[in-house]
Each structure stands twice: as structure tokens, then as C-alpha cells.
Write a protein of this length. Sequence first.
Lengths: 111, 118
Amino acid sequence: DQQVKQNSPSLSVQEGRISILNCDYTNSMFDYFLWYKKYPAEGPTFLISISSIKDKNEDGRFTVFLNKSAKHLSLHIVPSQPGDSAVYFCAFSSNTGKLIFGQGTTLQVKP
Amino acid sequence: KAGVTQTPRYLIKTRGQQVTLSCSPISGHRSVSWYQQTPGQGLQFLFEYFSETQRNKGNFPGRFSGRQFSNSRSEMNVSTLELGDSALYLCASSPTPGLAGGSYNEQFFGPGTRLTVL
């Protein structure tokens, strides 16, 4: 039972353009929505989060959008940089703190 | 402040063997969670420990077990290894589980232990 789906396994974007990563979920009980970034041979690192009471959170080049009615989460990176090339995981948390991750999307930003 | 450390980083075992992986959380962090990462499945939650007690458990068979010590260090054990257990096992720590003061308690991940079962 996949509660979280990242339907695009990979995404390729030109440097300077916008990267949009998407995530769909089924559980309405999630309280927090997060994005993690993972480089090879490293553990995931926290990128940005949004609580269920908001629909947008911005941090520099990264903006997360939450559409609760559509049960859809997205991450916008603008402008994209080659150093952004990594695997991006969306993750969801209830108030217990347990994280449920998506399958990941590999982003490649071409110079 | 030192990050989350996991040992060993790489491990090769054969089917039927058992394995123990170790995780040392960030100093002061008392919550430790374990995840399994496989291609196509993303990160799947194994279990979470806080103050030496298991708080949450994912949908894994009983061959997967864990424990946490009084110094917050944690170990996970997999018995009777199967080929499908080959994966990257990640440990994450946070000060406390869940939400604190209305803010999400970010989990800090270690580099993982790459387990290969032959």
C-alpha cells in the first residue's frame, strides 16, 4: 500500500531553468510534508518542509507547494544549478514523527 | 558537532547469516530511526527508538529487530539473511520524536551501511 508516490523516477533540466518535482499522497492525516535531498554515498539531508496548515513555504531558491484538496506536494527549484543534481525524496509525517518516504526522483541539472 | 555515524559502511554476507549494524546519533539526540533504501522502493521505515523503547515499527518481518542503549546508540539486527535484504540501511537521529513546540523535529541521517547478501 503505497501512501506516497513520486511518479517521475528522473528529471533532466537545463541550468538556470526551473525544476519541478512532484509527489502525491493518499493519507489525509499527515501533519508535515518534507523534501530531502540525497547525494551518492551520503545520507539524505533535509531541504525544506511545510505544515498542513500552509500551502506554500519558500527558502531561497526552493519553494514547496502543498495542495491538500488534490493531495499533491511539489518542490520548485529556481534557478536550477548543477550542484542540485541529486535524488529528491518527498516525505510525510504524522505527529508521531514517523516519516513515510516516496520512491525518489533523480534530478540532473545540465550545465 | 559530530554527525550521525554508522558502522560498518559496507558489509557482505551470505544467505542465512545474521548481521548487526550500529548507529551513533548526534550528541544529545535521543530518538533514532532506521530505514531501508532499495532501488524503486525509496526509503522504507523500519523502526524508531526513543529512550531505549521502540515507539514505532514498520512493515518488516520479525527477522528485523533493533534496540537502543542508555547512551542513545542503536543497533539493528537482521537474522537469516535473504538476497532481498541487500540494501542501504540508514539511521537517522533527532532530539525527540515527532513535533516539538509545533515545529517538525528534523531527522539527521547518517551515511548508511551498504549490505550485500550473496
